[in-house]
Design a protein around this ligand. Structure first.
Ligand code: TXA
Ligand code: MG
Length: 333
């Protein structure tokens, strides 16, 4: 572990700086969550609208009480089981949590990342780091340090390089604001893991009804990752079941378009043959597919295809997070 770099990063954070750091999911763009100016800089660098809240990253479960007004029983269970790890919990915020972090809401999202460099930084800094994924608003999240460097260059005060991220997909977000835990964003922690703790019927899905003021809540993008178009590469994507790909490819080629195919390894076995076109492969299993997906989408952008046809992954629960990101990436036009 490069202790000197970590110590320097912690110092910069204390001085109100912005430091990009690796987590097990994707790279984050961190600032002292108690320093409003530093947090505002993160929003500015990312080009993120102020009402989209940030996750506060912590080193230990014990720090959660400094941010959450109340830690419910399911929250305690989930932290004990999955922290540090790719699970973000939304809890009622204490009054002293800067509302610039929470996008003006009275709730706060907390997570302890399971990455040695992130944990070393958090321990050295010994506070909460507000950190969104280290990409421009709406773009694909960074899973390697050079993705961050390419996007932001000298705009960040320091970039800690921890190599490629283990999961390559953002954390699962669970809200504990109403009676039953609610998954707001599928992510790196599988639903099956949540069920082990919360029981088969212990989880709700989707947007939170805002109890205080429903009319305001419907116009408030509480989870920007829930915008239809997000996580989007520059290249237009179309998702089709593998059986539909040959006809669609032929139609686009007939229009004179430059297209490519993004599919799973071995998915064409015994399937109708495709017109000859560039093909990009991803691993066949959900977990390894997720790990490489964002890097592959970035790579595709360099070729400036008119369109990339994506083989629709299986429709089952293990692919939920992948399918969620793919459909948002394709929804941008
Ligand atoms: O894996 C991850 O979660 C990565 C790494 C860096 O930790 N972070 C990440 O942050 O994906 P970001 O900002 O790109 O996405 C955070 C999500 C947003 O969709 C945001 O709306 C949601 O968390 N969020 C944050 N605070 C919230 C709150 N109080 N209520 C509901 N959603 C919240
Ligand atoms: Mg993000």
């Amino acid at each position: 572990m490069p202790n000197k770099l970590i110590a320097l990063a912690a110092e910069r954070l204390r001085a109100g700086g912005v430091v990009a750091f690796p987590t097990e999911t994707v790279y984050g763009l961190g600032a002292d969550a108690r320093n409003e100016d530093a947090v505002r800089r993160v929003f500015a660098i990312k080009g993120r609208p102020a009402e989209h809240p940030l996750i506060v990253h912590l080193a230990e479960i014990d720090q959660a009480g400094a941010w959450a007004a109340e830690i419910t029983q399911p929250a305690r269970q989930l932290m004990a089981r999955f922290w540090p790890g790719p699970l973000t919990l939304v809890l009622p915020a204490r009054d002293d949590v800067p509302r610039v972090v929470t996008g003006g809401q009275d709730s706060v999202a907390l997570r302890a990342p399971n990455h040695p460099m992130a944990l070393a930084l958090l321990r050295k800094f010994s506070g909460g780091l507000a950190a969104p994924s280290a990409n421009r608003f709406g773009a694909v999240s960074p899973t390697e340090a050079w993705h961050v460097r390419t996007a932001f260059g000298m705009q960040v005060d320091q970039l800690l390089d921890g190599g490629p991220c283990r999961y390559g997909l953002e954390s699962t977000i669970v809200s504990l604001l109403d009676e039953r835990p609610r998954v707001l964003r599928p992510g790196a922690l599988p639903l099956s893991a949540l069920r082990e703790v919360l029981g088969e019927d212990g989880i709700e899905f989707g947007e939170q009804p805002n109890l205080a003021s429903p009319s305001v809540s419907s116009s408030l993008p509480r989870v920007p990752g829930s915008l239809a178009a997000h996580y989007a590469p520059a290249t237009p994507l179309e998702i089709h079941p593998i059986e539909a790909l040959p006809a669609r490819a032929a139609a686009l080629l007939n229009q004179g378009l430059r297209i490519a195919l993004l599919r799973r390894n071995q998915s064409l076995r015994g399937k109708p043959s495709l017109p000859s076109l560039p093909q990009f492969l991803l691993p066949a299993r959900a977990e390894t597919y997720a790990r490489s997906l964002y890097a592959r989408l970035r790579e595709l952008d360099r070729f400036a295809f008119d369109c990339v046809l994506v083989e629709a992954p299986p429709d089952d629960e293990t692919w939920w997070a992948v399918n969620d990101r793919l459909s948002r990436a394709a929804a941008s036009r």
